[in-house]
Design a binder for this molecule. Structure first.
Ligand SMILES: *Cc1c(COP(=O)(O)O)cnc(C)c1O
Length: 389
């Protein structure tokens, strides 16, 4: 048994990161300076997108995308039931209505058929979530949204570096939101990015992150003018220059970290291939997974127990397991405000009872990985052998 709890995810910072942040802190610009544009250029290039807009969180990234689309009262946006609440909240921020689609039972990715079933005359967009780091079925989703003339947005907060066929997440959808929270692939403390192929959409999001003002303070300084115009309501969603400095050094390490995440996932796959009682999520053929999360489904009937017991037993072994996610439509806020209820997304609700997330982050040693595998073996064996009553 481990002496300290192994968390399910964790950031990794080193001296190079600290030096870059220190140098930005001592420069002329703490915010709205040259490092923001430089980080945006590097990020866009990493995901193969023409434009990237850096903002203060993944949630701000999603909200900026909704703002640029002009989502407003009465508009419906389809989101999957299994995701972090922010994927749906961003619609509510704009006065819109999130409509929950069910997920594929094997991958837990949004089910394009369910999306089609949820379309109405008020539907404006679909937000696809690349759950756990695996890209959604973008070709099917594109067919559905094109036929109905909707926007296709990706919540790619789990999936930087993932590919659907030849296309990188970040360049497949009309806009893609990323998070730079410490538990994600790379971090700026808090932070987010939206990528897009459209220059006018990028411009709208730059305005949205800066109070709805057309120019920024540095542009006005350079043009020698105090005049500016606020043309719509916006927010302060800016990301600082010292965070962008950190974002750039982190981005440099990302290819190696993605390889390490994939290697750890392969060790888990091999270890669980013949273990009854746990089953990794299905993989979509023709995709490259980014492995933000390693999620397994428990065979609770075989184990003769419930998920909470497995969760507690693994925690007692020092393994910091977690659950991603409580279906969003079952949160009391959504039940009260939008009348959502159990039974609306049966695949998501059934999966929720059985899923558990195992630790996965690049700094884990092979020994940490073996500790997780040993604990899963032990806990499933002990629970299975327990007398039933
Ligand atoms: C982390 C996350 C977000 C929100 O990102 P923050 O940076 O924490 O605001 C949104 N959607 C998904 C799927 C996420 O995992």
């Amino acid at each position: 048994m481990r002496s300290t709890l192994l968390p399910y995810g964790r950031q990794w910072l080193d001296g190079e990161d600290l030096a870059a942040v220190a140098s930005a802190l001592l420069s002329d610009f703490l915010t709205t300076g040259p490092r923001v544009a430089e980080f945006e250029r590097q990020f866009a290039s990493f995901v193969g997108a023409p434009h990237a807009v850096a903002v203060s969180s993944g949630t701000a990234a999603l909200h900026s995308a909704m703002g640029a689309l002009g989502i407003g009262p009465g508009d419906e946006v389809i989101v999957p039931a299994i995701t972090f609440a922010a994927s749906a909240n961003c619609v509510v921020f704009q006065g819109g209505v999130p409509v929950f689609a069910d997920v594929d039972p094997g991958t837990l990715l949004i089910d394009p058929q369910s999306v089609e079933n949820r379309l109405s005359a008020r539907t404006r967009a679909v937000i696809a979530v690349d759950y756990a780091g695996q890209p959604c079925d973008y070709s099917r989703l594109r067919e559905v949204v094109s036929a109905a003339k909707l926007a296709l947005i990706s919540d790619g907060c789990h999936a930087i570096g993932a590919r659907d066929g030849e296309q990188l997440v970040g360049s497949v959808a009309d806009m893609t939101a990323f998070s730079l929270h410490p538990v994600k692939h790379i971090t700026t403390g808090e932070g987010g990015v939206v990528t897009t192929g459209s220059e006018s959409v990028a411009r709208a999001m730059r305005r949205f992150r800066n109070h709805g003002i057309e120019s920024d303070s540095r542009e006005r300084e350079l043009a020698g003018t105090w005049r500016y115009e606020m043309i719509e309501l916006g927010y302060n969603y800016r990301l600082t220059d010292f965070q962008c400095a950190l974002g750039m050094t982190q981005l440099g390490k990302l290819p190696g970290w993605l390889a390490r995440r994939r290697a750890i996932a392969a060790m888990y796959d091999a270890a669980f291939a013949d273990l009854r009682g746990v089953r990794p999520l299905d993989r979509r053929p023709g995709t490259l997974h980014a492995y933000h999360l390693y999620v397994v489904r428990l065979d609770l009937e075989y184990l003769g127990t419930d998920r909470a017991t497995v969760y507690r037993a693994l925690r007692e072994e020092g393994i910091g397991v977690n659950v991603h996610y409580i279906p969003v439509h079952l949160h009391s806020y959504y039940v009260k405000r939008f009348g959502t209820r159990r039974g609306m997304c049966p695949n998501a609700e059934a999966a929720y009872e059985e899923i558990i997330t195992l630790p996965l982050f690049p700094r884990m040693s092979d020994e940490d990985v073996r500790d997780v595998i040993d604990a899963v073996n032990k806990v499933t064996r002990v629970l299975r052998a327990r007398p039933r009553g």
